[in-house]
Design a protein around this ligand. Structure first.
Ligand SMILES: C[S@@+](CC[C@H](N)C(=O)[O-])C[C@H]1O[C@@H](n2cnc3c(N)ncnc32)[C@H](O)[C@@H]1O
Length: 323
């Protein structure tokens, strides 16, 4: 795909008014045709998650986390090392095993809430062993808040929005958000989180739809967005009777997203798919972007445990287009 306007990056020149400054203190490095940086998000706690989440330990294929008042022990294929604090695991209130489902120590297996940076999120043990929130995404909230800060009122499309935490962060920062998810229960859960967080009247359109179908409709309607945020699953619903795979579908998805982007839009792409590190996500974004790129960086998503264990949970790439 042609990429007019990227030559300034290809020949390594910094362009006036479009300087490739650093992000999170990490200088950009050039790898091939892309302008990339490997920013590790998760080293610090840039948002107020203390009360909401803490990874206590990880190892032997499992993760031990405190979500608010509850300690949860569940599978984590990425936890390939040994557990570093074996005794801590006896404290789990809830434990999930793929064969047996959820088991609770004392407290009934029912919803509870956490305060995540001022948002009230309802968590529930799901059949898939999730609790309804991926806390590693919170490391990207400060960047998103900055991206929507000026000018206020940016229209942001959030695809695969799940239970809505990131949509609420965007709306609270002043964006007008379109939240799309193919699962009706997930959208209902997101709306509940909006109510609990006092954001029931925030400017958020809640849409139950297949992401690709919605993008096609928005293109026909001539809609444009100042920001696009997407967290495509490795495998997902692909419309009636169809299965979507990130490996095969990512380029089409990104092309459809970028076709809706305003000239100075931002794009945040995250993924949790084996073989897709930040660099590869970044290259995919650059390949599918026809527009002029002002900034492009990437990194890994990970949680650092109190015990010293590290849990890799995917990667991100973020793009700012030049007006
Ligand atoms: C947050 S994403 C994936 C989370 C994370 N990336 C992972 O792999 O665990 C999951 C959400 O995407 C939604 N989803 C899956 N396929 C979709 C599609 N084709 N269109 C819109 N939403 C979809 C699911 O309903 C779910 O809420």
């Amino acid at each position: 795909m042609g990429a007019p306007g990227k030559d300034g990056q290809r020949d390594g020149r910094e362009e006036q008014g479009n300087s490739l400054t650093d992000v999170h203190g990490s200088p950009y490095v050039r790898i091939g045709a892309s302008v990339l940086t490997d920013v590790s998000v998760g080293d610090d706690d840039p948002v107020g998650l203390d009360r909401a989440h803490e990874l206590l330990d990880a190892g032997d294929g499992r993760r031990l986390e405190r979500f608010g008042a509850r300690v949860v022990d569940r599978p984590a294929p990425a936890a390939t090392g040994p557990r570093l604090q074996p005794d801590a695991w006896d404290e789990a209130d809830l434990r999930f095993e793929r064969e047996r489902g959820w088991e609770s120590r004392g407290a009934p297996v029912e919803p509870w809430t956490v305060d995540a940076d001022g948002l009230t999120l309802e968590l529930r043990p799901t059949e898939a062993g999730q609790v309804g929130w991926f806390p590693e995404h919170a490391a990207l909230w400060p960047w998103l808040r900055g991206a929507v800060a000026a000018p206020p009122g940016a229209e942001v499309l959030h695809l695969f929005g799940y239970t809505g935490a990131t949509s609420l962060v965007l709306a609270r920062a002043g964006a007008r958000v379109t939240h799309v998810d193919a699962s009706r229960p997930a959208v209902a859960w997101a709306r509940r989180n909006a109510e609990l967080s006092g954001l029931a009247d925030a400017p958020i359109r809640w849409i139950v739809d297949d992401a690709a179908s919605f993008l096609r409709r928005e293109a026909r309607r001539g809609r444009r967005y100042g920001g696009l945020v997407l967290d495509p699953p490795s495998f997902g619903h692909g419309g009636p009777g169809r299965r979507w795979e990130l490996e095969a579908g990512i380029d089409d998805l990104l092309e459809a997203c970028l076709a809706l982007a305003e000239p100075d839009a931002f794009v945040l792409l995250t993924a949790h798919t084996t073989g897709w590190d930040g660099r590869r996500l970044s290259v995919a974004l650059e390949r599918t972007s026809e527009q002029r790129i002002a900034r492009l960086d990437s990194g890994e998503l990970r949680l650092d445990a109190q015990s010293g264990a590290v849990l890799s949970l995917g990667a991100f790439a973020r793009l700012e287009l030049a007006a």
